[in-house]
Design a protein around this ligand. Structure first.
Ligand code: ATP
Ligand code: MG
Length: 562
């Protein structure tokens, strides 16, 4: 996709397999993939790996990749999800043209089911779902055959047509493939092909009361579309014999299923069902809460599509499940934002400084560099005044040995401005520091001393007279453990939710240029990290910023200290 993605070449066994197929001419050199989400939730960073693999592979081989909705489960699916998924795939950077839907193939699938019945390869089972489950056996024990397994073709056809016509309630019958109840593959023990479900479908409405199972839908959809390489996650390895069986028995074009290891990211939960719980229980503000691993959450947090694509490219594609450290994703984002985010100054925990020898009422515009990584970004003017805010952490009344920032009698540089020296500490009745008195050296304008005098530190600041008040949301990991499922017996994954994952600071000050920040604009706040104007709550003149990521990986530091 982007130029960066070509830089490194991590392992990608899928591409090796395709190279081999192209060498032997297996699919006439054609490459066609698909990304097949079920519209039952929002896409997350794990899906991004699959999106980049499927669309990226098609691009690499000048092939085709479709976005196909696997919409066979009407009770859990919704157009809200269909729309968000399309938006997210486009945002990641892939143009899929028109999306396709498995439900478009319901008529064809139904005909194929009748064909298998006619060939004696499918039957209507009237056992309850519990009986069917029990009869399936275990990995150690073969299953038992259903008493309905040997119904005649005519009886099966009649019942199946009446199922379609809506004569039976949910659960009365199912259609099963007649394969082998003793197969070592559990998926091959007469899997269910169709179940009755009197439910409204978001696309087919009330046309059907009979819906095909995933396994009976997926391979055939691939076949209809002409997919060559059907890439899915490792859990589906067990279903591959069934994928192949349906296509063989139907005697239709036969794509190759390939399984790869799903993404697991530390400190991150990727189960759609659980993410839905967090939304429903209002643990987070919604699917796009900036703490969520959803693509809309990451977008609102300030992630760029380039960072996500580069991340997906850099982690490679293998057959082995394992953990990817969250810092790999964050570093990919830092690399990207470092190149393009304009630098600004903002103070998150303000402490007032009065420059006692600076003229009252005077405002001076000082030149500041917009992005040291990108000369073309130019410079801007930042107002300086007698009263300023600095970061409370940048001052200590009694500094420990290695503290080089501001303290009484110590001189520091104000970024792009002057050297200042702290002369007085003003406190309230409780002994809380309320402001600092400092003097400045007019000869150091711009940040350098003509006499070559050195200072040990440079701190950021915002003019109290001209600065803009802002709300800043400081986000941290949603989970406290690298594996959110790592809980002692009797506990649940929710015990690992981080109670400090969101801190809202309402009295921050930022330089006035940020009055025009548009929702979604990203900045580096010097010395603090990357921040993004919130897409829902930020207003001109009243900005709300989300901390996207710190400048350095603080969790890695803590782990080392550990
Ligand atoms: P569920 O089936 O529980 O609803 P799912 O995560 O499998 O959830 P799908 O919508 O079926 O969701 O996924 C669409 C595609 O994304 C599938 O091909 C799936 O294999 C892939 N995918 C899902 N999660 C990950 C992940 N963590 N890493 C890589 N690919 C993933
Ligand atoms: Mg799935």
């Amino acid at each position: 996709m982007s130029d960066e993605s070509e830089k490194k070449t991590p392992t990608n066994f899928v591409h090796d397999l395709i190279d081999e197929d192209n060498r032997t001419g297996r699919f006439d050199g054609r490459v066609q993939t698909r990304f097949p989400p079920e519209p039952n939730g929002y896409l997350h960073i794990g899906h991004a790996k699959s999106i980049c693999l499927n669309f990226g592979t098609a691009q690499k081989y000048n092939g085709l990749c479709k976005l196909r909705f696997d919409d066979t489960n009407p009770t859990k699916e919704d157009v809200e999800y269909v729309n968000s998924i399309q938006e997210d795939v486009r945002w990641i950077g892939y143009d899929f043209g028109e999306a396709v839907f498995a439900s478009d193939y319901f008529d064809q699938l139904y005909d194929w089911a009748e064909q298998l019945i006619g060939d004696g390869l499918a039957y209507v089972d009237s056992q309850s779902l519990d009986e069917i489950r029990e009869g399936r056996g275990t990995a150690m024990q073969p299953g038992t055959e259903s008493p309905f397994r040997n119904r005649s073709v005519d009886e099966n056809l009649d019942l199946f047509r009446r199922m379609k016509a809506g004569e039976f309630p949910d659960g009365a019958h199912v259609l099963r493939a007649k394969i082998d109840m003793a197969s070592k593959h559990l998926a091959m023990r007469d899997p269910i092909m169709y179940r009755i479900r009197h439910a409204h479908h978001h696309r087919t409405g009330d046309k059907w009361c009979l819906y095909p199972m995933y396994d009976f839908t997926h391979g055939q959809s691939d076949s209809i579309e002409g997919v060559t390489h059907s890439i899915c996650t490792l859990e589906f390895e067990n279903n591959r014999p069934l994928y192949d069986w349906y296509l063989d028995k139907l005697k239709v074009y036969h794509p190759q299923q390939i399984e790869f290891a799903r993404l697991s990211l530390t400190y991150t939960m990727m189960s759609k069902r659980r993410l839905l719980e967090l939304v429903q229980e209002k643990t987070v503000s919604g699917w796009n809460d900036p703490r969520m691993p959803t693509l809309c959450g990451l977008r609102r947090r300030g992630y760029t599509p380039e960072a996500i694509r580069n991340f997906c490219q850099s982690i490679g594609v293998t057959k082995f499940n394992g953990w990817t450290d969250l810092s790999v994703l964050e570093n990919s984002l830092r690399d990207d934002l470092n190149k393009r985010a304009p630098r600004v100054m903002g103070v998150l925990n303000p402490l007032k400084v009065v420059i006692t020898n600076y003229p009252e009422g005077q405002i001076e515009d000082l030149e500041a560099v917009n992005n040291p990584e990108d000369e073309s970004a130019g410079t801007r003017m930042v107002p300086f005044s007698r009263e300023l805010y600095i970061e409370r952490d940048d001052f200590m009344e009694i500094p420990p040995k290695k503290f080089f920032r501001l303290s009484p009698g110590v001189e520091v540089r104000l970024r792009y401005a002057y050297f200042i020296t702290c002369t007085d500490v003003v406190k309230d009745a409780n002994g809380e520091i309320t402001e600092l008195h400092c003097t400045y050296d007019p000869a150091t304008r711009g940040g350098n001393s003509p006499d070559g005098r050195k200072v040990k530190s440079t701190i950021h600041w915002v003019s109290a007279a001209k600065g803009l008040k802002a709300t800043v949301r400081i986000y941290d990991n949603l989970f406290t453990k690298p594996d959110p499922d790592d809980v002692p017996e009797g506990g649940t994954w929710k015990d690992n939710l981080n109670p400090h994952s969101l801190e809202v600071r309402e009295t921050c000050y930022v330089e006035p240029s940020l009055a025009n920040a548009q929702p979604g604009d990203r900045y580096q706040f010097e010395r603090l990290g990357y921040f993004c104007a919130d897409s829902e709550d930020s207003k001109p003149g009243q900005p709300v910023f989300n901390r996207t990521v710190t400048l350095k990986d603080t969790w890695a530091k803590e782990a080392k200290k550990g």
